[in-house]
Design a protein. Structure first.
Length: 94
């Protein structure tokens, strides 16, 4: 049973469920602060977890450079306070 701070890898690089989690565990569930890299989507979540769900303050960075910061409840971003793009998008002055 995972409990405390640790690293968990699931799948291989090209498998259907390939991710890496570094963070806190409570009774075998992600709980507290943690970082999860979804290697297939190219997406990273850094923030709070509760019972294996993104829950609380967090940041998502996507493969195409979008950056979302806000509050999550049960894996859904419910309050987005910041949205950045890492590169210029034609027609937008960011």
């Amino acid at each position: 049973m995972r409990h405390g701070h640790g690293v968990y890898r699931k799948g291989r690089l090209l498998s259907s469920a390939s991710y890496l989690y570094v963070g806190e565990w409570l009774y075998d569930k992600k709980h507290g602060y943690g970082v999860m890299d979804d290697l297939l989507k190219g997406e990273k979540y850094m923030g709070m977890w509760q019972e294996d769900n993104r829950h609380g303050d967090g940041v998502v960075v996507t493969l195409d450079g979008m950056y979302f910061e806000g509050n999550f409840q049960f894996n859904k971003l419910v309050v987005c306070v910041i949205l950045y793009f890492s590169s210029k998008i034609p027609g937008y002055n960011l």
